[in-house]
Design a protein. Structure first.
Length: 454
């Protein structure tokens, strides 16, 4: 299904990124990786009133470009605007008309695409009353809103939905499938029961759709999710391996069979993301670690949900950080996974779990432009110059030349590092690069794979 494209454009510092975060319901702002301007062309899928579309933050349309990266981003921005189905031109409702605004207005009229003038920074009722309509440059559709506090953003989404050429109904869109993994009696079924009572309703099974017995569809804050409870896993399984779509080592398969979780393979393979549920009242077991290894092998986004938080007495401000360090130490291959401490019995922090789930589902499809990645890599190399792995102990390490760096895929997040010596790229250096990527771009809860190639 190809979604309609909605482009957010405007000059710098009018609040496009703040609006982007507000509309995508992100709780951690997507900020420019480099000071001064938003340069990434970041795309996210948005659902509103049973309609889906692709929202793109196009960065600033500056008249004066002082570097090659800026020129390339400007070129990409204009190419994307020409492909967009609807354009939201964000302006500062408290600013005076500038020459750049007139240039953008002339450009949009010449383009002739459906355009909404989004008037930002209308934070108070008096701002709405005092707004000068000449700032809309004669465009018929304009919406007053505050990206900071959210006032009027619903009206903006209504206007966007009304202009879309193709209405992609939520019922026809992909419904995220979430698999809850955990050893017996950690609270998987209790978690689903708690979600039913946590401002959600269970949607009846749609006709002509085959679902597993463990599937349940949940509606939460106008969005649908299919949860799979793996509570019915037997101690021994005779399920074959024909359905496994991921590369699993023979050793890992033997451990899975021994632990009695063979049936979980299909649920992991089919899932859009995984919730690994752990019991805070018990030490991390071998079976927990095997489940973690299974998730890592499957290359799936994951959240670590720690149940029975209510059993921890006298919680201190430092308790969360201490426990988070302990759990990440037990699952080093899942150190990118966010931790959420919950209580299914007391229904504590379930909203936090669902919000985190939504964020991870968005993050797994996030893309970053090639020019931005190249610039980040240049800065990283200046700080950590790469050296080729020595062919023998004590041999002199030579400099490693890197010719290109770009994102080659999403879900999982995959990046390609071009070099004449791909086998000589040190793993510790790649781990450092991954940490830098997460620091700049997030990709919360998502595995990142950097592949050296010629």
């Amino acid at each position: 299904m190809t979604l309609s494209i909605v482009a957010l454009i405007g000059r710098i510092n009018v609040g496009k990124s703040t609006l982007f975060n507000r509309l995508s319901e992100k709780h951690k702002a997507i900020v420019s990786p480099y000071p001064g301007t938003t340069r990434d062309l970041i795309t996210m899928e948005i659902g509103w009133n049973q309609t889906y579309f692709q929202l793109v933050d196009c960065g600033g349309l500056e008249e004066k470009i002082t570097d090659d990266v800026g020129a390339n981003i400007q070129k990409q921005t204009r190419q994307l605007i020409e492909r967009a189905n609807v354009i939201v031109w964000v302006i500062d409702g408290k600013s005076t008309m500038l020459r750049e605004d007139q240039s953008i207005a002339t450009y949009l009229r010449r383009l002739g695409k459906p355009t909404i003038v989004g008037v930002n920074k209308i934070d108070k009722p008096r701002d709405r009353k005092n707004f000068d309509t000449t700032l809309t440059f004669g465009f018929q559709t304009y919406v007053l809103f505050s990206a900071q506090n959210g006032t009027g953003t619903g009206d903006l989404l209504d206007s966007i939905a009304a202009m879309l050429p193709h209405k992609h109904n939520l019922l026809n869109a992909h419904i995220p499938r979430i698999t809850i993994l955990g050893k017996p009696n950690v609270g998987k079924s209790s978690l689903l029961n708690a979600l039913k009572g946590q401002e959600v309703r269970v949607v009846s099974h749609k006709p002509h759709t085959t679902r597993d017995s463990g599937d349940i569809e949940i509606h939460w804050h106008k969005k649908n999710f299919i949860f799979t409870d793996t509570a019915g896993v037997r101690r021994k399984s005779h399920v074959g391996l024909g359905f496994v779509g991921t590369k699993v080592t023979q050793k890992l398969l033997e451990e899975i069979e021994h632990a009695g979780i063979m049936q979980s393979l299909r649920h992991v393979s089919d899932a859009d993301m995984i919730i690994l549920l752990l019991d805070i009242s018990q030490p991390v077991s071998r079976q927990d670690k095997i489940l973690g290894a299974l998730i890592a092998t499957a290359r799936k986004p994951v959240i670590l949900a720690i149940n029975k938080w209510d059993l921890i007495p006298e919680k201190q401000p430092s308790t969360l950080n201490q426990l988070a360090q302990q759990y990440h130490a037990q699952f080093p291959h899942l150190d990118f996974a966010p931790l959420v401490f919950i209580s299914t019995i007391q229904r504590q922090h379930l909203n936090t779990l669902m919000k985190t789930l939504e964020i991870v589902l968005i993050e797994k499809n996030k893309t970053v432009s090639k020019d931005i990645l190249r610039t980040l890599l240049e800065k990283f190399i200046r700080k950590y110059p790469p050296k080729r792995s020595a062919p023998a102990p004590g041999a002199l390490k030579k400099s490693l030349r890197i010719t290109d760096f770009f994102q080659s895929g999403t879900d999982p997040i995959t990046l390609e590092l071009n070099t004449p010596h791909p086998k000589a790229v040190p793993r510790p250096w790649l781990h450092l690069l991954e940490k830098e990527l997460r620091k700049e771009f997030g990709w919360i809860g998502c595995p990142i794979f950097i592949t050296p190639k010629k």
